[in-house]
Design a protein around this ligand. Structure first.
Ligand SMILES: Cc1cc2nc3c(=O)[nH]c(=O)nc-3n(C[C@H](O)[C@H](O)[C@H](O)COP(=O)(O)O)c2cc1C
Length: 184
């Protein structure tokens, strides 16, 4: 199958997740194209694709505008293909934070009107070594709200890579099955 991945990243973790996802999908013998919504370049040839995977991260309770705008601009094409959404946040790292992570997704879906067949709440990373003063202060505030006991110095990756692989496998199976049943 031909799979399109569209992602947005602010500090890089969702970029890493998109690249890992592309590697996983191509190892399953599918063709993958990856678009960074910040620099979309040439418009995708939508007719070439069987499914699309979107990945974006949350900052101050919102996904990136570039991703929202990309989806809105291509809403018809997105909703004519099976899609999966990966929402990366700190809230997804804890049980107590997951309702907030789910709320961010609902807002994204409400604004974009995207209708994904699957959604994954995936924990991201904290990299204090890369944040300037204001970002550190914002992150400290977010951490206090997510009820997690996170370190407030250093770099920490919380992403569950197995959960990502399992999610992708289930999505690819689902797309393959619905293609097969349409062909019958
Ligand atoms: C300035 C800033 C604001 C953030 N705001 C939130 C937030 O509101 N809710 C949340 O769950 N995580 C929040 N996070 C955590 C990010 O979602 C997490 O660091 C993620 O890995 C960022 O992905 P990226 O590197 O692809 O941009 C914030 C992180 C930063 C640096």
């Amino acid at each position: 199958m031909n799979i399109l991945i569209v992602f947005a990243t602010t500090e890089g973790q969702t970029g890493k997740i998109a690249r890992r996802a592309a590697g996983h999908v191509s190892r399953k013998a599918h063709h993958v194209d990856v678009i960074d919504s910040e620099e979309p370049g040439a418009l995708p040839d939508w007719e070439n694709y069987d499914a699309v995977i979107l990945a974006g991260s949350v900052h101050q309770e919102r996904h990136q505008d570039s991703l929202i705008n990309f989806v809105i601009a291509h809403r018809e094409q997105f909703n004519s293909l099976p899609s999966a959404l990966i929402s990366v946040s700190l809230s997804a790292a804890t049980d107590d934070g997951r309702p907030a992570a789910q709320k961010y997704v609902e807002r994204f879906l409400w604004i974009t009107k995207l209708q994904p067949v699957r959604t994954l709440l995936l924990a991201g990373a904290l990299r204090y070594s890369q944040y300037e003063y204001f970002k550190v202060e914002i992150v400290k505030h977010i951490v206090s709200k997510t009820a997690g006991t996170f370190e407030q110095t250093g770099d920490h990756e919380f992403t569950d890579w197995n959960a990502l692989s399992q999610f992708l496998d289930k999505f690819l199976d689902q797309v393959a099955q619905s293609r097969a049943s349409r062909a019958e």
